[in-house]
Ligand binder design. Structure first.
Ligand code: NCD
Length: 306
C-alpha cells in the first residue's frame, strides 16, 4: 500500500527531522535535486480555495523536474456532475504518481485514500488537519531558532477552526519542553479533542487566555491565525469575532528581541502590514520554506533518494 500523509502523526519525529534535513539540503544545493522527479506527475485536487499550498506543491514538483496536473475548484471537475470524491480520486490515481488534495469536509482525504494506490497528501481537510503546513512551520521554527525543543509558543486567534493550529500543536507535543500558551476568544478555544490527544493525555502543561498583550513578553514564538470565516455558522458571530486580535508594532514593544512571528497566511486583519518590516516577522520566510519542505516530502513519499 502507498505511503500517505493524512495526519502529521503519520510521520515519526525521526522522519520529520529527516525531512527538515533534506529540505535544508535542497535550500543549499537546489541543482542536485532538479531532475529527481523527472517523468513523475503530481496531481493537485483542490476542492477549496488555496494560494500557497497548491502553488507551493506545484512549484515543488516543477523544481524536482516533474510535472503537475489537477484542478483548483471543484466546479471545474466532475464533482459538479455528482461524482463522488472516491471516484474522482480513483480516476486521478490512474494518471498521477502522487496526489495532494484539499477538501472542505473533515476526513475526506482519509476516505479518498481507500480508493487509490498512489500516495495521498492531505493539503487541508475542513477545520481538522493541515499536516504539510505543519511541516512548513516546523522547518521555519528550525531555521529561525535552530531547534525544535525548549521554547514557549503562543497560538493566537481562531484555535477552534484553525486546522494549521491543530496539526502544529499535535506535532510539537512530541518534542521536549514546549510550553503552550493558547490565546483566543472564549468561543474560539482549541477543541477539546485536540487538547486531550496532544496535551492532556501526555501531561503537557498549557495555559489559556483571552489577552494577547499580557502574555507577549513570555513568548519565543507567536503563531497568529486568521478567523476562519468559511467555517462559521452565521455572519453575525464572524463579524463580532473577526478583529479580536490585531498585532501592531506597538503591541510588540514588550516582546522578546528574538521572538519569531509566524502565520500560515492568508492574513486578513490580524497582523498590521507595518509589522512586516520587523525582523522578527518570519511569515514571508515561512512561505518560502513551504516549497522546500514539500519537495522533501514528495521525494520521501515517492521513495526517491538523491
Ligand atoms: C491555511 C489553511 O488553508 O488552513 N492556509 C494555508 O494553507 N497556508 C490557513 C488559513 O486559511 O487561514
Amino acid at each position: 500500500m502507498a505511503r500517505n500523509l493524512l495526519d502529521i502523526v503519520d510521520l515519526s519525529v525521526e522522519e520529520i527531522d529527516q525531512l527538515i534535513a533534506v529540505a535544508e539540503d535542497i535550500i543549499e544545493h537546489p541543482a542536485k535535486y532538479q531532475d529527481a522527479c523527472a517523468h513523475k506527475q503530481l496531481a493537485t485536487l483542490f476542492f477549496e480555495p488555496s494560494t500557497r499550498t497548491r502553488l507551493s506543491f506545484e512549484s515543488a514538483m516543477l523544481g524536482l523536474g516533474g510535472s503537475v496536473l489537477g484542478f483548483s475548484e471543484a466546479n471545474s471537475s466532475s464533482t459538479a456532475k455528482g461524482e463522488t470524491v472516491g471516484d474522482t480520486v480513483h480516476t486521478v490515481g490512474c494518471y498521477a504518481d502522487i496526489i495532494a488534495m484539499r477538501h472542505p469536509k473533515e476526513g475526506a482525504p482519509f476516505a479518498a485514500a481507500q480508493f487509490c494506490d498512489v500516495p495521498i497528501i492531505n493539503a487541508g481537510d475542513g477545520g481538522h488537519n493541515h499536516p504539510t503546513q505543519t511541516l512548513t512551520d516546523l522547518l521555519t521554527i528550525h531555521r529561525e531558532k535552530g531547534r525544535l525543543d525548549n521554547f514557549t509558543i503562543g497560538f493566537c486567534g481562531d484555535l477552534k477552526f484553525g486546522r494549521t493550529v491543530h496539526s502544529l500543536v499535535n506535532a510539537l507535543s512530541r518534542y521536549e519542553n514546549i510550553n503552550f500558551v493558547l490565546i483566543s476568544p472564549e468561543e474560539l478555544k482549541l477543541p477539546r479533542y485536540v487538547k486531550e490527544e496532544a496535551l492532556k493525555s501526555k501531561g503537557i502543561p498549557y495555559s489559556q487566555t483571552t489577552d494577547l498583550e499580557s502574555v507577549i513578553p513570555q513568548l519565543d514564538i507567536l503563531y497568529m491565525t486568521r478567523v476562519q470565516k468559511e467555517r462559521f455558522f452565521n455572519e453575525e458571530d464572524y463579524l463580532r469575532l473577526k478583529d479580536s486580535y490585531i498585532l501592531t508594532p506597538e503591541k510588540l514593544v514588550n516582546a522578546k528581541a528574538d521572538l519569531s512571528i509566524l502565520h500560515p497566511l492568508p492574513r486578513v486583519n490580524e497582523i498590521a502590514v507595518a509589522v512586516d518590516k520587523d525582523p522578527r516577522a518570519a511569515y514571508w520566510r515561512q512561505v518560502k520554506n513551504g516549497k522546500f519542505i514539500r519537495m522533501a516530502l514528495i521525494l520521501k513519499l515517492l521513495g526517491i533518494e538523491v
